[in-house]
Design a protein around this ligand. Structure first.
Ligand code: AHR
Length: 543
């Protein structure tokens, strides 16, 4: 029986015994070595309730690729139709048919990548259906669920949206029902200069003289499932056929193979064993998908389910380490990087704002913490993860926006993405935590979760620290040691709410929004109170 968890009365959760914790990746990966574990034992034991964190400005795992803040838009439900595309003649404010409010918001997120057209849709999609005069484009049926796809939003419309929004396009090609020839011709259509090939001239006739210049190409999607139900060996055979000869026309192609369902190591090893046994087909990225699922319901959950959900989100840490190691068994120089091109929470049906919007769900404060934990995890692994795409941009699973006709609202997760923007392109630096953890019992098992997680990065004199405080009810005091650094000024931005399931609605769009202040903090140790159930960003000017 679920209980609504909306208040902050005295906690009922159990505390673990007072101890310094060593925790990341649901307790597993931290064993591992070195600072890349999120939390490492930091000296002496901290008093109960107190937390310490320390930053090592001289230890970096690399530069954070802005594309780990990437997005995903599939032809399902209300993502493209209604979410992105409202039509040129719509009364809804738009730019060339694209929803104006969406454009205004995504431009605030930085120039990152947008994946399209799927998802499972990609492995049934024939790109030629979406080019040429709109009135002549075919209607197709059942490309994801049994609905008609009118193909009024095709390659040109997608690229135009990317240009208006400031996104870099990432196309996912059809391996499930397509052919290597079809894939190669999509690359030619996109990248060949007009005048060199008939297919490039066709693009020009369709209104785009200049090549699109597309770098990122996914070769199938979830090939273990909707993308063809292949065995890893069979998918490897297909992958080879699709990629052995593809011309880029001056564009260095970045080819991404479809990875496992969550952290399925066996799938990864079997694929790469075959890949390495033969000629190694060109590949730059390997894309596991990880949905952390749900606990309870999108908006109704217990406190224990709150903690369990955050623990599930934290499994991304172990996935990254495990997949990186498994790929490295075959790609010893680690030329292939991880692309987590679908991730997020996936709640049961029931909070759709429009029943026609497949998978649409309401995102609340809990989803914002899931997003923040996940982005912090990516930030800590810039050497391994170079792209990630939250699923999906609008009107879907872990969406940043909800839209229906002329109504539009940004979810708490949007605010996390905007808060975390200063990490994009910054140098990740080591951040260790010490403090107590929190015990919980949910779905018939006992677990525990760290009280604080986060990441840190530096750009010239600007140090950005993002922190996720998981405790559902109590604030804590953090002593943040900057090591060799010294703060000359601090600005703090906090996203939280007194209700764990607080969310933004069309009627109340600013219920969960970040608030900023400039606390009078200086020196090499900063003492900061962290609100319960919060995401905090500290902008620290180094003196
Ligand atoms: O994001 C929704 C669906 O989830 C995608 O189509 C598929 O790739 C995944 O299983």
């Amino acid at each position: 029986m679920k209980e609504a968890s909306t208040g902050r009365s005295r906690e009922t959760i159990r505390r673990s015994s007072r101890r310094v914790f060593l925790r990341a990746a649901a307790g597993v990966a931290a064993a591992m070595s070195g600072w890349r574990a999120t939390h490492a034992v930091a000296g002496t034991r901290a008093p109960a309730g107190a937390l310490t964190a320390s930053i090592r400005l001289d230890e970096s795992a690399g530069t954070i690729d802005p594309n780990i803040y990437g997005h995903f838009a599939e032809h399902i439900g209300g993502v493209i139709h209604d979410g992105i595309w409202v039509g040129r003649d719509s009364k809804i404010p738009n730019v060339e048919g694209y929803r104006l409010a969406l454009l205004e918001h995504v431009r605030r997120l930085g120039p990152v990548v947008l994946r399209w057209p799927g998802g499972c849709f990609a492995d049934r999609y024939h790109w030629r259906d979406g080019i040429g005069p709109v009135e002549k484009r075919p209607r197709r049926f059942g490309r994801w669920r049994e609905v008609t796809e009118r193909n009024i939003f095709g390659t040109h419309e997608f690229i135009r949206f990317c240009r208006l929004a400031g996104f870099e396009p990432y196309l996912a090609a059809n391996v499930g029902t397509g052919t290597p020839e079809e894939f190669q011709s999509w690359v030619e259509y996109s990248n060949a200069p007009a005048g060199t090939l008939s297919i490039a001239d066709e693009r020009a006739e369709n209104g785009h003289l200049e090549p699109f210049g597309i770098r990122f190409w996914g070769v199938g999607n979830e090939s273990w499932g909707c993308g063809g139900t292949f065995t890893p060996e069979d998918y490897c055979t297909e992958y080879r056929k699709f990629t052995t000869w593809v011309a880029g026309y001056g564009v260095p192609l970045y080819l991404i193979a479809s990875g496992p369902n969550s952290n399925d190591i066996d799938w990864t090893r079997r694929f790469f064993k075959k890949w390495a046994d033969g000629a190694r087909a060109p590949m730059q990225g390997w894309s596991p998908h990880y949905y952390c699922g749900t606990t309870g319901h999108a908006l109704r959950f217990t406190r224990d389910e709150w903690y369990l959900m955050l623990e599930k989100a934290n499994a991304m840490e172990k996935l990254i380490r495990d997949q990186w190691a498994a790929v490295g068994e075959f790609d010893r120089e680690h030329k292939i990087r991880l692309i987590i091109d679908e991730w997020g929470a996936w709640h049961p049906e029931g909070t759709e704002i429009n029943k026609a919007h497949l998978f649409e769900q309401m995102g609340c404060l809990r989803d914002a913490l899931v997003a923040a934990l996940t982005l912090d995890t990516f930030n800590r692994h810039p050497d391994k993860v170079v792209m990630a795409n939250v699923a999906q941009l609008v009107n879907n699973l872990h969406s940043l926006f909800l839209a229906d006709e002329d109504r539009f609202v940004a979810t708490p997760s949007f605010h996390v993405f905007e808060m975390y923007k200063p990490h994009q392109g910054a140098r990740a630096v080591r951040l260790d935590f010490a403090g107590e953890d929190i015990g919980f019992e949910a779905q018939g098992r006992k677990g525990s979760i760290f009280r604080l997680a986060g990441s840190a990065s530096v750009k010239e004199k600007d140090l950005t620290v993002t922190l996720v405080h998981t405790h559902a009810a109590e604030p804590c005091e953090l002593a943040l040691d900057l090591g060799t650094g010294r703060a000359a000024g601090v600005r703090r931005t906090v996203l939280t709410h007194a209700e764990l399931n607080a969310h933004n609605t069309f009627e109340e769009p600013a219920r969960v929004v970040p608030k900023s202040d400039a606390p009078a903090l200086e020196g090499s140790t900063l003492r900061i109170e962290l609100a319960p159930a919060s995401v905090t960003r500290l902008d620290i000017r180094l003196g």
